[in-house]
Unconditional design. Structure first.
Length: 535
DNA sequence: GCAAGGTC
């Protein structure tokens, strides 16, 4: 019988893929590696019945290092690290994974790579191929390309097996080499040079450089400098206030504000010369507040930081623990789209016994209405609760609750209301007051992280004239941009492609740990060292 | 004592 080795990027993926392909009939056995089991099943492939052996690695098998000669910091001038010999070695903790692969492949004729379908996954694929080829001479290697780990996508990919993409893998190989050489060379240079130049301040410090930590620091410094050089400017605005039936209302100027006092003053005088003002239009229109989209890593980190005041590093650690305990799905995902075949009913049902959101879950059970975003990493679903628990405490509970509430909110309905906009037009200048009536709270009932409340204003009618209670000419001063919050920093990193969903929190942690920044009242402030390095 | 990327 044709025997085929299949290798995924992590144990959970191997388990899911084997279960989907075998329709739940695969047999599990232990391997030399404690966290990477083997799943076996029969499958009809290449026009014959094959024995499929499915196992996994745990991410990269190999790591890049300088050869021994260059490992000591005093072994060479840092600039030599740009040309120094480097080696790919299997770290101790993955030697059993390597051993297991090499053991299994010997009795197989073909190898199918099932790593995540991104560049990094392609590179991990070649590490697997290399490990296997070292003990197997003429291995026939395929690449399964899937767009998600679901029955249909996995079945489709195995009917249309590709070859691994060397170019994609090589791109990662170059990225790794640059990161190592540039990172190590500059880190050694900066540390040796600066600790010597500033012994009083820096003795014992590690002054690192990296292709992600430095741009991250750069964002913090850039905002700090914008604030430092900011010069506040005066502006003026005209405000129209009215009060009727004990209800106060402010009409906001379309122009918002003007920097030319004389022009503003002239307009103000024209406005107060009118005996009364005419309501030009009263427009009522439905207004919805959107429920959250399916949750991915970046959104989770931002939400936790903003709403729960739990920082990115802590959130990541907690999410990884919840995943290990089987309570939530894979926490490192870019995907914010649920697949058509997702078992909404099953997952919602698992939450119906909860004291706080059980009833809400029951109510949406028969008509789940998920709101999807636009991103997919093609390997993982959005983050959702996989199992119910009410045994958590502290921050773990807060993060789990956030994930459950976000999931239930995402599967329910937008909040619905009606907005009333009352406009007055004076000499072609428009002022508008707006009110809000909330009719249906819907998702807000399970989502305490957002507020949306009624804003009552007095009744006005189209064409009606009135004398406002007061018209004021007010002065204000422009405000400096505020320093970055952690959520702002995450936004900037995402926008500029710094780091990945898996590493984002670590880069932020690094610039804190190395004393390049400090946190003051939840805002990121660069230290003298951080500022000096960027300058 | 270095990087960033995976991953229990």
């Amino acid at each position: 019988m044709l025997k085929i080795l299949n290798v995924a990027e992590k144990n959970n993926a191997a388990k899911s893929i084997a279960s989907l392909l075998s329709k739940g009939t695969c047999r599990k056995r232990e391997s030399a590696a404690p966290f990477n089991q083997i799943y076996e099943f029969e499958y009809n492939l290449f026009n014959q019945n094959c024995l499929m052996v499915m196992t996994s690695v745990s991410g990269h098998l190999l790591s890049l290092e300088f050869s021994n000669k260059y490992k000591r910091w005093d072994s060479c001038d840092p600039i030599e690290l740009f040309d120094a010999k480097i080696e790919r070695v299997c770290p101790k903790k993955y030697q059993k994974v390597m051993l297991s692969l090499q053991r299994e492949v010997q009795s197989c004729q073909k190898l199918i790579i099932w790593t995540d379908c991104d560049r990094e996954g392609e590179n991990i694929g070649y590490e697997i191929i290399e490990a296997c080829s070292n003990v197997h001479n003429n291995l026939d290697v395929y690449r399964a390309k899937f767009s998600e780990i679901t029955a249909s996508s996995v079945a489709k990919s195995i009917c249309d097996l590709k070859r691994p993409n060397r170019l994609a893998s090589d791109a990662v190989e170059v990225r790794k080499e640059l990161d190592l050489r540039v990172g190590a060379a500059f880190t050694r240079f900066q540390t040796l040079h600066l600790t010597k130049a500033f012994p009083d301040q820096l003795t014992g410090s590690l002054i690192s450089y990296g292709s992600c930590q430095f741009p991250t620091l750069g964002f913090v410094v850039e905002r700090y400098k914008q604030r430092e050089k900011f010069v506040s400017k005066p502006f003026w605005k005209v405000c129209v206030f009215d009060e009727k039936d004990n209800q106060k209302v402010e009409f906001l100027w379309d122009k918002e504000r003007m920097f030319d006092y004389q022009v503003c003053w002239n307009f103000f005088n024209k406005l107060i010369s009118h005996q009364s003002l005419a309501v030009q239009s009263v427009i009522r229109r439905p207004k919805n507040k959107c429920r959250p989209v399916a949750l991915n890593t970046i959104e989770l980190l931002k939400l936790a930081s903003r709403k729960l005041n739990i920082n990115a590093k802590k959130t990541m650690t907690i999410a990884e623990n919840l995943y290990s305990e089987g309570l939530i799905s894979y926490p490192r995902t870019e995907t914010n789209i649920f697949t058509e075949t997702f078992d909404f009913r099953g997952i919602i049902e698992s939450q119906t016994s909860d004291q706080n959101w059980g009833l809400f879950a029951k109510n949406i059970l028969d008509r789940p209405n998920p709101r999807n975003g636009t991103k997919s990493d093609q390997s993982h679903p959005p983050i959702y609760p996989t199992k119910y628990t009410n045994n958590l405490k502290g921050k773990e509970k807060k993060i789990y609750d956030l994930i459950v509430r976000n999931f239930l909110a995402c599967c329910s309905e937008d909040a619905k209301g009606s907005e009333t906009a009352v406009s007055i037009d004076v000499s072609h200048e428009k002022f508008t007051a707006s009110g809000l009536m909330v009719f249906e709270r819907n998702y807000l009932d399970v989502y305490p992280y957002e507020r949306w409340v009624n804003k009552k204003i007095p009744e006005f009618e189209n064409g009606q004239t009135f004398s406002p209670k007061s018209i004021q000419l007010n002065k204000g001063m422009t405000q400096a941009p505020r320093l970055l919050t952690e959520a702002d920093l995450i936004d900037l990193m995402e926008k500029h492609g710094i780091g990945t969903d898996s590493t984002l929190a670590e880069h932020i942690e690094t610039i804190k740990k190395r004393s390049y920044v400090r946190i003051e009242r939840n805002l990121f402030v660069p230290t003298v060292l951080g500022l000096g390095l960027v300058e």
